[in-house]
Unconditional design. Sequence first.
Length: 269
Amino acid sequence: MYPWMERPTVLEEWPENIDRILAIDENGIPELKSIVNPSNDLLQWFTITGVMLTQQEFMNARKNFVNLKSKYWNEGLFNGQRVVFHSRDIRKKIGAFNPRFVNPEDLKADIDQLLVELDYTIYTSSIDKFAHGRQYIYPYPVYDLCFEFVLERFCHELRNNRHTGLIVMESRGFKENQVLLKTAMNLLNKGNRYYSSDEFSLIKGIYFNPKRTKNKKLSFPMIELADLVSYPIHSYVRKNTEVTGFNIIKNKLYNHPNYSGFGMKIFPK
């Protein structure tokens, strides 16, 4: 049994036998009890987004992230730590993204341009928790439902191309990571209602990476990229209208322009 199967483990380098990595981020609150006011779209919607990268695409993303950070901060560091492109901090203009240190408009334009130029594939799933809870007496767990769709599409791509893959999620805390690992391992070992465990057998690892390495000098670009694209997708789903952030990345959705049900799933329909 591999260590990643038993406890949350950090992925430090790209393994030789792996063809694709799927970095996953989430937006919203998965538990259904948070729905007390269906007009509050911040509580109503939950989204999981996966960004798939080849090794070459990952290397390009890492190089371009480093170059962009070095453009705005000396050696890409702020207060002695590697700057991390975190969507919430950028939007709130806090920390390294405070207008005292950078021009927010210029930085946002450069990040958007980078998201356009980089090569990657997006699989994303969102659920209207209010409609889901109203439709079923015993609603299927929200996180599990979204997570399964994203992994199903990732495995479909792996199997079609005879590739192997890894999952990397942002570390939230040991207990939270343990719950997510258990959920993922249950899917890999038992399958789900639509796919057997064989369909998920090409996933060779599930890892949990923090925002930075232990020495705080490096970050994990695949985690940053997933974070940057997940929020505009979540915003698009909540508002039911195309927004600028979504428009610049929608062609990265799997099977674009016919991505509905392929690269993007919204529950319930």
